[in-house]
Design a protein around this ligand. Structure first.
Ligand code: PGA
Length: 255
């Protein structure tokens, strides 16, 4: 059987009330009911921190994983308002999105992202590392070079065991929330850049590390983008607010 294609939903700072959270959970359980086991286990939902425990409890028997949208780079200490990766892991989160462009826009540096990745792995979380934030324009001639340098810097900081635990998501910043996507060919080229950068540092054993695409994915474009670009799945923002979309995407991609 083919490797399942991941469908990771980033709910961002949505579902502003506990009622909205409960409705989402109810609707998602309903939407996931018709999926096969492998279609369900390809889905990951990343709600706001406050709701993670409720989602983990609700999905206990649904075989759907839950993740965080960020974590602090340190495991403990005087970091008012922050959440340690250890806390996430201990309440049942399995993965964490790191380095999302909306966080990097607030000043998060690549050095911090790398430290976050290392400590997330240490606590048993799978980091979903977003790259492409520095790719400011879709016309950028040097997009491949920028991407390669970024991935190089990240994977060079990881040892052979650590690198096997990560997932990358190529997310060109201009495509996020814009309703515009690169062509499948372009996504294919850029995800190949990511793969080659990983393999360039860590060798052929790392060629199966999942590389996803994120930015304006919908149920209409997901199949074309995923199949034609040979990527391992998608990171979904806006469309994840309706859990039926995530169920649909997983069934379209994992038939
Ligand atoms: P979008 O967000 O699907 O709304 O473009 C993607 C993301 O932020 O990861």
């Amino acid at each position: 059987m083919n490797k399942p294609k991941l469908v990771i939903g980033n709910i961002k700072m949505n579902l502003e009330t506990s009622q909205a959270r409960d409705e989402y959970i109810t609707n998602s359980l309903e939407a996931f009911r018709g999926l096969s086991d492998s279609q369900k286990s390809a889905i990951v939902i990343c709600p706001p921190f406050l709701y993670i425990e409720s989602f983990v409890q609700a999905y206990k028997f649904a075989d759907v994983a839950v993740g965080g949208q960020n974590a602090h780079q340190e495991l403990r200490g005087k970091n008012t308002g922050e959440i340690s990766p250890k806390m996430l892991a201990s309440i049942g989160a399995q993965c964490v999105i790191l380095g999302h462009s909306e966080r990097r826009a607030t000043g998060e540096t690549l050095e911090q992202v790398i430290q976050k990745v290392i400590n997330a792995i240490l606590t048993g979380l799978t980091p979903i590392i977003c790259v492409g934030f520095t790719v400011g324009s879709k016309d950028a001639q040097d997009e491949g070079k920028i991407l390669k340098d970024e991935v190089n810097e990240i994977v060079s900081a990881l040892n052979a065991q650590q690198v096997q635990k990560v997932i990358f998501a190529y997310e060109p910043v201009w495509a996020i929330g814009s309703g515009k996507t690169p062509t499948p060919e372009h996504i294919h080229t850029m995800t190949l850049v990511v793969r080659k950068a990983i393999v360039g540092v860590h060798g052929p054993d790392t060629k199966e590390i999942p590389v996803l695409y994120g930015g304006s994915i919908t149920t209409e474009n997901v199949r074309e983008i995923c199949v034609q670009s040979h990527i391992d799945g998608v990171l979904v923002g806006g469309a994840s607010l309706d859990p039926a979309n995530l169920a649909r995407m997983s069934s379209l991609l994992n038939q």
